[in-house]
Design a protein around this ligand. Sequence first.
Ligand SMILES: Cc1ncc(COP(=O)(O)O)c(C=O)c1O
Length: 402
Amino acid sequence: MPRFSESFRQLPAYPLAHIPAKKRELLQRGVDVIDLGAGDADLSPPAAVVEALKRAADTPSLGRYGFNLGHVPYREAVSAWMKRRFNVAFDPMTEVVPLIGSKEGLAHVAFAFLGAGDISVVPEPAYQAYFGGTHLSGATAHIYPLRPATNFLIEPADLPREVVSRVRVVYLNYPNNPTTAIAPLEYLERVVAFCRAQDALLVFDNAYSELAFDGYVPPSIFQVDGARDVAIEFHSLSKTYNMTGWRCGWAVAKPEIAGALARVKTFVDTGHYMGIQAAGVAALESWAEFVPGNVEIFRERRDAAVAAFREAGFQCDTPRATMYLWIALPEEIPSRRFADRLMDEEGVIVLPGSGFGSGGEGFFRISFIVSPDRLRDAASRAGRVLGRLQQERGAEPLAGAR
Ligand SMILES: Cc1ncc(COP(=O)(O)O)c(C=O)c1O
């Protein structure tokens, strides 16, 4: 057996990796599975997107290599949407990077800005691409725990001096997966000021910018003065348009930063199918018409999930954005144990907080991606498992013995 690299050996198992196989096994056993694991809704993309893909399939020129440039109308649609939505201007040719889903860009950008001896600030719990990119580029992640006491924000003033002197990249994601936290603009100004002072890249992951409720409108990092000097922002069609499997996103930044990510990508991919990018144009053009109705479906699901999980004995806030609830567990119940028992005994898939890094312990995440009825069913099954675990704990002779 050829030997694995040291860096590969230190790569932990990806938290979601075992779930598809486990789910298949449950389904084969005839279990009525409710999957609230991945942020992957059971809803359809806009009809115009499907039509655009059908037309693209009949257009041979769209099936050739896209290379770095890709489908130029997609770049133009991204630029027009950023202007319309956030009033920020990006040149379609030099400041937009089409991505095969935002995840690969979030991981690949590290290769242009991080190397051995460098530090990135990585929140925990967090989307694992930040850690993966840092680790695979040979740098060190400074893990920053996101906890309720600090509203799940990273405070630059809390970073140790030895981290500050070597920090090259800071990863931020608001609206946040999995905590659902949102970031006030004055907070973002503080982080931009920090990154400017350190000349560090600010990677701003805005995958949930369009999934917000109750009048909340998430900002772009580029609405902060001076952000353009240091930031790159990532967007995705996945959540906004129910297009997770289509793999389509983008990054925007000034030409030097965008160009660096684009250059890394020329060595690892050859662009994505231009038919998908043509469908992406249709998605972006359907934004005003499609998104409000889609968000309303999620709002209904959110309200049903919050009410049902609270009634089942759990504590959670009502999120103002994302498709998740970040639900607290009683201290004595490890999140992995709870999630495993819930899957095995009741067929409900949720993600244990510890799967997002040890900083996520004490919580589990559900995605409100199925109908209100199914969410209510899942919540009562989860309540039963919670009850059983608490009862078992009560039955144990010594609390410290576990
Ligand atoms: C915080 C965050 N960023 C990025 C992504 C990646 O989205 P995609 O690669 O589908 O564009 C996700 C997906 O779950 C996410 O939760």
